[in-house]
Ligand binder design. Structure first.
Ligand code: AMP
Ligand code: MG
Length: 314
C-alpha cells in the first residue's frame, strides 16, 4: 500500500486498479473514500472486509456526472433539479434502483434503492471518469474510527487491503455528505451534512426528518432492518433442506440450491449473499435454510444480516 501524489499518471493507474477489482483510496471534498468497483460484488465485499465492519450498511456510489446515474437508478425531476443545483458537491441522493442496475446488491445492502453522489474534487472526478464505472466508497477508515481527511490518516488506519492511496491533499469540507432520500414523499433527510435542509427546501419544498422509530440510529443499518428481509422464512444453521426449503450452502455442501462459497471463502460468501437470498426468495421454495457460517472476519457481518432475515416478523 503506497501513498502516491495524484498526478494524471497516478490517476490513470488507480483507474486500472479499480477496473481489475482492487481498492483505491482517493480524496473527495468531504473525506477520503475507500473505493471499489460498485458493479463487482467481490470488490464491494473487499471494502467491507478492509473496513472490518461488523455489519453491512449501504454504501454511497460515486459518479463523475449526473448523466452516469441514468443506467443505475430512476433519476426523476426532483433528482435532476437537485443535481443541477448541488452537483458536484456534498449531497447524496437515495433513489429507486433500476431493475437492470449493474450496481452490486451488496453495495446497497440488498435494498431496492441506491445512494449516489458526484463529488466536488478534481482528483475524484478524474478518477471516476477514467474508471468508467460507478465506484462504491465509504470513508477510508477502519470501522469505528474517525473519518480520514488526509492521505496519511488513511495509511495510518490500515495495515493492508487497499492497493493505492491517491494523495490529493487535505479535504476541504471534512464532514460527510448530506444524505437525502428521494424515494419517499416528502423527501427525508437521512443524514445532515454539507448541504443544509434549508437549501434543499428552497429547491424542493418541505423535507422531512427521519421517523421517530429511526431517530437515534438514522445512520445505522438497523434503521433499515425491515427492508432487508426476504419474503420467505429463513432458518439458520441448517445441515440440510427440509420439505419445500431451498438450501443456501457454505463450504462443501451436497444438495445446496445455491452455494455462497464452495471453498468456504468469507469474502466470496459476502459477495454472493444478497443476490443469492433474492434468487431463492421465490416459488417453488417456501422457506430458505442456510448452512452455518463461521463468525469471524466478514462472517460476523454475514451472520448479522442472516439473523435479521431469520428474526420473527412483526
Ligand atoms: P458513508 O459511506 O460512511 O458516508 O455512509 C453512507 C451513508 O449513506 C449512510 O448513512 C447510509 O445509511 C446511507 N445510505 C447509503 N445507501 C443508502 C440507501 N440505499 N438508502 C438509505 N440510506 C443509504
Ligand atoms: Mg464513515
Amino acid at each position: 500500500m503506497t501513498i502516491i501524489p495524484a498526478t494524471a499518471a497516478a490517476i490513470k493507474q488507480a483507474a486500472l486498479l479499480l477496473q481489475t477489482g482492487q481498492l483505491v483510496a482517493f480524496p473527495t471534498e468531504t473525506v477520503y473514500g475507500l473505493g471499489g468497483d460498485a458493479t463487482n460484488d467481490r470488490a464491494v465485499a473487499a471494502i467491507f472486509a478492509t473496513k472490518s465492519r461488523p455489519s453491512f450498511n449501504p454504501l454511497i456510489i460515486h459518479l463523475p456526472d449526473a448523466a452516469s446515474a441514468a443506467p443505475l437508478v430512476h433519476f426523476d425531476a426532483a433528482a435532476r433539479r437537485l443535481a443541477e443545483k448541488f452537483w458536484p458537491g456534498p449531497l447524496t441522493l437515495v433513489l429507486p434502483r433500476r431493475p437492470d442496475s449493474p450496481v452490486s446488491l451488496l453495495a446497497s445492502a440488498g435494498l431496492d434503492s441506491i445512494a449516489i453522489r458526484v463529488p466536488a474534487h478534481p482528483v475524484a472526478l478524474a478518477l471516476l471518469q477514467a474508471a468508467g464505472r460507478p465506484v462504491a466508497a465509504p470513508s477510508a477508515n477502519p470501522s469505528g474510527q474517525v473519518s480520514p481527511t488526509t492521505a496519511r490518516h488513511v495509511a495510518d488506519g490500515f495495515d493492508g487491503g487497499l492497493t493505492m492511496i491517491l494523495d490529493g491533499g487535505p479535504c476541504r469540507v471534512g464532514v460527510e455528505s448530506t444524505v437525502l432520500d428521494l424515494t419517499t414523499t416528502p423527501p427525508r433527510l437521512l443524514r445532515p451534512g454539507g448541504i443544509t435542509r434549508e437549501a434543499l427546501e428552497a429547491e424542493l419544498g418541505p423535507v422531512a426528518l427521519p421517523d421517530a422509530s429511526e431517530l437515534g440510529a438514522p445512520r445505522s443499518p438497523g434503521m433499515l432492518a425491515s427492508h432487508y428481509a426476504p419474503a420467505l422464512p429463513v432458518r439458520l444453521d441448517a445441515i440440510g433442506a427440509g420439505p419445500g426449503e431451498a438450501l443456501l450452502g457454505f463450504g462443501p455442501a451436497a444438495g445446496a440450491s445455491l452455494n455462497l462459497s464452495p471453498e468456504a471463502d468469507l469474502t466470496e460468501a459476502a459477495a454472493n449473499l444478497f443476490a443469492m437470498l433474492r434468487a431463492l426468495d421465490r416459488p417453488p421454495f417456501q422457506a430458505i435454510a442456510v448452512m452455518p457460517i463461521p463468525d469471524h472476519g466478514l462472517g460476523a457481518a454475514i451472520n448479522d444480516r442472516l439473523r435479521r432475515a431469520a428474526a420473527p416478523r412483526g
